[in-house]
Structures are given as structure tokens and as C-alpha cells.
Design a protein around this ligand. Structure first.
Ligand code: DP6
Length: 321
């Protein structure tokens, strides 16, 4: 009997934004993330006697259109590892849509781990991160817990995640501020493609990331949460500057996104440790300490009664249960 593969989602502190190879999802730059404990995907798979895959997501059978991305991925995996069997996939997201996290990172990491088990591929964690990357770039980092770096590489075999510190003893929490649960109008895949092609600042982004990756690794080693926060916030704002400077320009921000940024700055001026990071959507994640988390949470909720907040801590890598 195959076990359930569980993968946790991750938040990029130094972000992946742009592919130099679309087919294998090879990024232009390294990126660095933190795996979170609250949000995960559980996936089971089994070989079925059929010429079609069967995909269940959160208990519902997906139709052809809805399962296209996953079936394309399974076709890639079949071709890559040279097997013909079709699979029944049963995947449950414990990434509450209300938490404002994308589920593709935990989703494809759990799927890769489950296929590895069912098809007895015997992949080690590095090879598993390569397999997960081919589903969604950010999934490559969800194979490991704690702080994780994705090495950009220049081929399918050289682009993978490495653990920086899987169980860091560091006083860092993440407060997720959920502004909207609507599906984003510009997917990450399309948003990064347009930024690469049209932003005049894209080359600067590549240079910036290579220095910020080194700086944040030092800050992690020194357990310097303030420095981690400063670098993460600057990196996120620089990524969003690429969307604003794309042609045509676009943004993931909504008015409340800017309001949360202002509230965090005002808290900082009062000596509270809080820094924002924002992915390809309107929701804001705030890097805090155990001490600052309740203060930040109350301040945001008091000033913006329409938003909801969820606190997450540092999570583990792939588990089989
Ligand atoms: C802003 O991993 O969703 O969250 O590889 O096209 O599936 P694809 O993109 P995806 O992009 C994530 C973008 C980001 C930054 C990050 O997680 O590093």
C-alpha cells in the first residue's frame, strides 16, 4: 500500500521571477524560501488499468480542462522515466484558500513525491526537487523544510533545491494578511514572462538577486531576523517594480496591499519588528518575531477590519504518512 505524500508550501524571501527555459522551468536566478508549517498538500497515487489519468482534487473528480496541467505533467514524467502506466491521483489541499497562499508549490511537490513512491523511481531529495520543478518552479523548494535555496543551474539536471538550514533555531514567524481570495488575472507564469521580455530593469533584477541571496544567507547564519526582513522586503518590492515597468504595465497590488505596507512601516517607526513580502497576488505576508506577531496582527485587524490574518511558523520537508 502506498503512503500519502505530504508537502508544505513555502514563501520565497528572495524570489524566483523569470525563466530562461520555459520547457524545464529553469530560472534566471537562484531563489531562497522558507517552508511553512500551516499549509500543505496530501497526495496519494495508484496505477490504474486505463488509458487516461484520473485526478481528484479535494474530493472532486476534475474534468479534462481542469486536469490539463496535471495530466501534461504526468505525460512529461512518463516520457522522462519511460513508463506507460496511467495513474489515479487523489490530492487534498490543506492550504486554505482563505490563507492567501498559492497551492502549486505544495501541490507539485506532493505529487512528485507520490509518483516517486508509486512508480518506485527511488529518487533522492535532489532528484525529487528536479521532478517537482517541472510541475511548478516554486515546488522545487518544498521538498525541504526550513530555509531552502533553489540553484538556478543551466540544464534539467543542474537546477535543484538545496537545504540551507532545515530546522533553524530562529525567532521568526510569518503573518499572512488575506485581502482577496479571487484568482489572479495575470498568472505567475505569464507575469514573469512579460517582465522578462519587456521590463527595462530585468537585467538589474538578475544582478540584484545574486547579491541579495548571499546577504540573506549570511543573515540566516547569524539569525538576524531584522536583516532577513529588510532584504526580503526590498527583494519583493523590486520584483513588483518589474511588473510596473513591464509593457503593458501591470500590478498585483490592490489598494489594501498598499495600506498594509503603510501600516507595517508605521509599526516599524514605533520600534516593532515587521517586514512585508508579497507574491504574485494582492495578499501580504509579514515577517515578524514571536514578540511582534500579536502586536502586528492586532494593529492590522484594528485598522483594516475587512482582512483576515493567519500565523505560520517554520515547516518540514516532504513526509510520507
Ligand atoms: C512570486 O512557481 O507559481 O511566488 O514555475 O510558472 O509555475 P511557475 O511559477 P510559480 O511562480 C512563483 C512566483 C513567486 C515567487 C517564488 O515563489 O519564488
Amino acid at each position: 500500500m502506498t503512503k500519502t505524500a505530504r508537502a508544505y508550501t513555502n514563501i520565497a524571501l528572495i524570489k524566483y521571477w523569470g525563466k530562461k527555459d520555459k520547457q524545464f522551468k529553469l530560472p534566471y536566478t537562484n531563489s531562497l524560501s522558507l517552508t511553512l508549517d500551516r499549509f500543505y498538500t496530501d497526495t496519494k497515487s495508484e496505477v490504474i488499468d486505463s488509458d487516461k489519468d484520473q485526478i481528484h482534487l479535494n474530493g472532486k473528480l476534475l474534468n479534462e480542462q481542469q486536469s490539463k496541467r496535471i495530466v501534461n505533467y504526468l505525460d512529461f514524467v512518463r516520457n522522462y522515466f519511460d513508463f506507460n502506466e496511467h495513474l489515479a491521483i487523489d490530492s487534498v489541499n490543506h492550504v486554505p484558500t482563505s490563507a492567501g497562499f498559492a497551492s502549486s508549490a505544495s501541490g507539485f511537490a506532493a505529487l512528485a513525491a507520490s509518483i516517486n513512491q508509486t512508480m518506485k523511481l527511488n529518487l533522492d531529495d535532489r532528484s525529487l526537487s528536479i521532478l517537482a520543478r517541472n510541475g511548478s518552479g516554486s515546488a522545487t523548494r518544498s521538498i525541504y523544510g526550513g530555509f531552502v535555496e533553489w540553484i538556478a543551474g543551466n540544464s534539467n539536471d543542474t537546477s535543484y533545491a538545496v537545504p540551507i538550514d532545515e530546522h533553524p533555531n530562529i525567532d521568526l514567524s510569518l503573518l499572512s494578511v488575506v485581502i482577496s481570495q479571487d484568482t489572479k488575472k495575470v498568472s505567475s507564469t505569464n507575469g514573469m514572462e512579460s517582465s522578462v521580455k519587456t521590463s527595462p530593469f530585468y537585467d538589474n533584477w538578475v544582478t540584484l538577486v545574486s547579491s541579495e541571496i548571499n546577504e540573506i544567507k549570511q543573515a540566516i547564519a547569524q539569525k538576524d531576523v531584522q536583516k532577513i526582513g529588510e532584504l526580503s522586503e526590498h527583494n519583493a518590492m523590486s520584483m513588483h517594480a518589474l511588473t510596473l515597468s513591464a509593457n503593458p504595465s501591470f500590478t498585483y497590488f490592490v489598494p489594501e496591499t498598499l495600506q498594509v505596507i503603510q501600516l507595517v512601516k508605521s509599526l516599524r517607526s514605533q520600534g516593532v519588528l515587521a517586514y512585508v513580502t508579497i507574491d504574485a497576488g494582492p495578499n501580504v505576508k509579514i515577517i515578524c518575531t514571536k514578540e511582534s506577531t500579536p502586536i502586528v496582527q492586532k494593529y492590522i485587524e484594528d485598522n483594516l477590519p475587512t482582512v483576515t490574518t493567519v500565523v505560520a511558523n517554520i515547516g518540514n520537508g516532504i513526509q510520507y504518512i
